[in-house]
Each structure stands twice: as C-alpha cells, then as structure tokens.
Design a protein around this ligand. Structure first.
Ligand code: NAP
Length: 304
C-alpha cells in the first residue's frame, strides 16, 4: 500500500518567500458569543503555542447582517496592541472587497480605502497576505491589479491572494499583476470536493498558488453528520482516525494536507483545545487506498 508523504514542517506562500505552518487558524467566528479581547488573546496564544502561525481574518468578519463590519479585525487589533510581540510570531492574512449592503466592490478607490481601514483596525503597519474576498464582476482586473501592486510597493501588503475566484478570474488578475498572486482560498473539505476535479487545484499548482481551504469541516457538518452522504464520508475518515488514534477532525485536516497542491486547511474552531488539536494533522499519513476511499464516499459514486 503506497503511502502519501507527510506534510512539510512549513509551507511557502507561492513564490513570496513567506513560510507558514501547513495548517492555519481562521477568525470568521471570533466575535461570536460576546468574546472579549482577553478571550481572543487566549485563542491566538493557543494557535501560536501549537505551532499554528498562519492566521486568517477579513474585514467583513463580525458582520451580522446589519452591523459589526470590521469587528473581528478590531478584536485582533486589540490583542496585538496589548501584546505587540505577537505580531512577529504570526503570518497575518486578511481580506476585503465585500461591502454590505452592496455585494462586492473592487473599484480602485474602495480597495485603497479597504486596505488602509484593515491596517488601522488591526493596529499594524502591514499585513503579510491581503486577499480579495470574492470577485467583483464589475471591476476590470487591470484596475484592481494596479491598486494591489501599489499596496505591495508601499509596504502595506507583503503578498496577494484571491478567494472564491473562478479560474478565469484568477488568471486574468494574475496576468495584469506585477507582484503575482501567491494564494487562492476556495471552500475545500471532504464534503466539498469540487476543486479536486474541476481544475482549480491544477491551476493553483501551475501558477504556484498555495491553496487555503475554507470550512475544512464543512462548517462543522463533519463533526455531526446528518445526511447519508455526510455519514459515509465521516465513517471513511473514522476508519483512518481510529487506526491512528486521532479524531475525525484531525483526519479531515490531514486528508486535505495530503493533496500534492499543498492545501493549507483553515481551522474554524474558536475553542482553544480544538485549535491546538489541529496541529496533530502534521503527523498523519495516508495511503492512496484510504485517501481515495474518502473521495469515493464524498462523490457518492465509484470512480470510473
Ligand atoms: P470549519 O472547521 O469547517 O467549521 C468550524 C465550526 O465547526 C465551528 O463552529 C466549530 O465550533 C465547529 N466544530 C464542531 N465540532 C468541532 C470539532 N470537533 N473540531 C473543530 N470544530 C468543530 O471552518 P469554518 O469556521 O466554517 O471556516 C474556517 C475558516 O475559513 C474561517 O475562520 C475563515 O478564516 C475561512 N472562511 C473563509 C471564507 C471565504 O469566503 N474565503 C468563508 C468561510 C470561512 P467550535 O468553535 O465550538 O469548535
């Protein structure tokens, strides 16, 4: 039974020279449950102490449909202001380009302002990775590229990425950029397998983009599967989890990490123990047979 390689101790973000942990922690849900800056600081420490140094947020995290835009960045900013040394221990990623009540905005003026506003809320001089959260169909990629190149040239942003872009949108923006994209962030999980076969990950490998997987547990559905398909995927993961003495969650992260594109799962938990547990995924090894068994369960039909 041929074994797939273990993930490396660190992964590079494209050709940027930025090295990150092969698993990340995300702060989409950080402002839930009335978390204070002290609560947020405990979670940041839990991630960093477990070796999870790549942290992902966005300007829209905290928005609840009527208010809260920027709140997750503000909370992390308070953590960083109280303990400035933390900034040097993390690779900090954020995103912008979704502007309620409008769907998306990547006009030059808006993007410039969005980047400045994120830095102000985070109380930092620069972010390591700035990502366009969702594509604005009304923005010309040449105009978007000019603003992003300026943000890199000014030192506000070290590297650039996209999220939820089609392959054509990624290629078009990359074509016009002087500083090429280094990441793409689609939804990928054992329950969301489109990009394994639709060319997205192949494009990422071709362009040298590091894929970041959002909702790696299907937004938590893998922890409590309900449908026939979700239960089948969970039990394929459980077979490996039970054999290796790890949780199904860790098996799910490591399943993504075993893909040759070098997928970095973004842990969504806001529970310190569960965040730290995610680092166990670095030690899990998959055979091809086990890996494909999860894929086949997710497809619901055998491979041809
Ligand atoms: P997820 O890992 O798929 O789901 C996390 C949810 O599952 C949390 O509510 C967590 O609750 C719950 N959960 C239940 N049992 C768990 C267990 N045993 N271990 C871990 N979690 C468990 O991820 P997600 O939160 O949906 O997304 C992760 C990150 O992806 C976000 O923080 C964000 O950075 C990014 N994201 C990006 C986009 C985009 O458009 N680019 C969209 C969505 C998310 P507890 O907190 O109680 O553990």
């Amino acid at each position: 039974m041929s074994e797939l390689p273990l993930p490396p101790a660190t992964r590079a973000l494209g050709a940027s020279g930025i090295e990150v942990s092969p698993i990340a922690w995300g702060m989409w849900r950080l402002t839930e449950d009335g978390r204070t800056a002290a609560d947020a600081a405990k979670l940041v420490h839990a991630a960093l102490d477990a070796g999870i140094t790549f942290l992902d947020t966005a300007d829209i995290y905290g928005f609840d449909g009527s208010g809260g835009f920027g709140d997750a960045e503000v909370l992390l900013g308070e953590v960083l202001a109280a303990e400035p040394a933390l900034r040097g221990r993390m690779v900090l990623a954020t995103k912008g380009g979704i502007l309620p009540p409008l769907p998306y905005d990547q006009s030059a003026d808006y993007l410039r302002k969005a980047i400045d506003d994120s830095l102000r809320r985070l109380q930092v001089d620069s972010v390591d990775l700035w990502q366009i959260h969702r594509p604005d169909i009304l923005a010309h990629p040449q105009e978007t590229a000019r603003v992003l190149d300026d943000a890199v040239a000014s030192g506000k942003v070290r590297a650039l990425g996209v999220s939820n872009f089609t392959q054509g949108q990624t290629a078009a923006l990359n074509h016009f950029l002087g500083t090429k994209l280094v990441t793409t962030q689609p939804e990928i999980s054992p329950l969301r397998i489109d990009c394994f076969e639709n060319g997205e990950l192949d494009q990422a490998m071709m362009l040298g983009l590091t894929p970041l997987a959002w909702s790696p547990l299907g937004g938590g559905r893998l922890a409590a599967p309900e449908t026939v398909r979700d239960i089948a995927v969970a039990s394929a993961l459980d077979a490996v989890a039970n054999a290796q003495g790890i949780s199904r969650t860790v098996a799910a992260y490591s399943w993504l990490m075993a893909h040759p594109a070098g997928i970095i799962p973004i842990i969504g938990s806001q529970n310190a123990e569960r965040i730290a547990e995610g680092a166990e995924a670095l030690k899990v090894r998959w055979t091809r047979t086990e890996w494909y068994a999860v894929l086949v369960a997710a497809r619901g039909v055998p491979l041809p």
